[in-house]
Write a new protein. Sequence first.
Lengths: 114, 113
Amino acid sequence: SQQGEEDPQALSIQEGENATMNCSYKTSINNLQWYRQNSGRGLVHLILIRSNEREKHSGRLRVTLDTSKKSSSLLITASRAADTASYFCATDDNSGAGSYQLTFGKGTKLSVIP
Amino acid sequence: NAGVTQTPKFQVLKTGQSMTLQCAQDMNHEYMSWYRQDPGMGLRLIHYSVGAGITDQGEVPNGYNVSRSTTEDFPLRLLSAAPSQTSVYFCASRQGLGTDTQYFGPGTRLTVL
């Protein structure tokens, strides 16, 4: 079953604006990752945040994690047309030793208009 | 490094036919997995492997078989294709658990008529 749920399902913004996507999940996690998928391509890892971290930055990306609310957000600042893609959160659940599965949400489709 | 490679890129099958989707990685990763991606459903795990000779079922394993005879290869077999298996299939690998990045192949777009 789906662990993460992204919100909104689709987002359209002008180039230069910031884009914020949210992810909610159900069970306790070891870490949460964000991936990007360009149309017709595989997923590419963007950033990982551990369960004991609250915020992480990578270039124009900022990720926050609130384990009490079981939610995360991905902020892309100063968006570019090349940021147009679908963005997925994925969780490494904390269900016990040997747990391997990454569980993905349904994604947010971001369109950045030049 | 080629990373994770998948063949074929596109495939059309008739109901009842069988085929194998190939996946290979050259990063010496222990963990490999197969996902299917359907519109509005995100990615769902079909099968995964934690090392050569070890496989296990994911969320949606019915109708699919896997084997892992080598570290590099992780083929996915469709035993008797059904229209419900029309999807985009992604293979992925990562070195270990926890904080390791998962690397994805480019995908195989399968249509079952």
